[in-house]
Design a protein around this ligand. Structure first.
Ligand SMILES: C[S@@+](CC[C@H](N)C(=O)[O-])C[C@H]1O[C@@H](n2cnc3c(N)ncnc32)[C@H](O)[C@@H]1O
Length: 141
């Protein structure tokens, strides 16, 4: 019967040591290379660029994921309860527009820092115009 070979009893500690060393060197290198800010923080500029880039395909990219994870259903449940004057901050492409109970809302204001995302929201609002008196109620800025 062949003897089973077992790793040396310190093998896992050696692996852990090498991995820790690798992480420490990587983190230290980035930190001291003047990338401090970039490494620790996503800047406003980075974020704005990311959303500007993602805006054209944003909805297609996350539609399936949101349906699959139940987020779409949650949006519907929550947003349909909004009433009176509604302010949606960081509204993005207006994914919630379809779920508002327009008859219960006096004004709906959608705001976002990304013009590209808001352009998509405006296009959606135009599509919804046939079914709701949107122009009077909705401000997208
Ligand atoms: C992940 S998206 C979510 C969009 C939307 N709330 C939704 O549920 O689909 C995040 C949004 O936040 C916006 N955003 C990020 N930082 C912001 C800021 N400081 N002020 C306003 N909007 C911001 C982005 O432009 C982007 O549209």
């Amino acid at each position: 019967m062949a003897a089973t070979r077992r790793p040396h009893k310190y093998f896992k500690w050696a692996v852990l040591g090498v991995a820790t060393y690798g992480v420490a060197v990587t983190v230290g290198y980035q930190y001291f290379q003047g990338e401090k800010e970039r490494f620790w923080l996503v800047t406003d500029e980075d974020r704005a660029k990311a959303f500007a880039l993602r805006a054209p395909n944003y909805d297609e990219d996350i539609d399936t994921e949101e349906w699959f994870t139940g987020i779409k259903k949650k949006r519907e449940q929550l947003v349909s309860q909004a009433k009176g004057n509604v302010l949606e901050i960081a509204a993005g492409t207006g994914r919630n527009l379809q779920f508002f109970a327009w008859e219960n809302c006096d004004k709906i204001v959608l705001s976002d820092s990304s013009e590209q995302m808001l352009e998509k929201a405006k296009a959606k609002a135009v599509e919804l115009q046939g079914t709701h008196a949107l122009q009077k109620q909705l401000i997208i800025a």
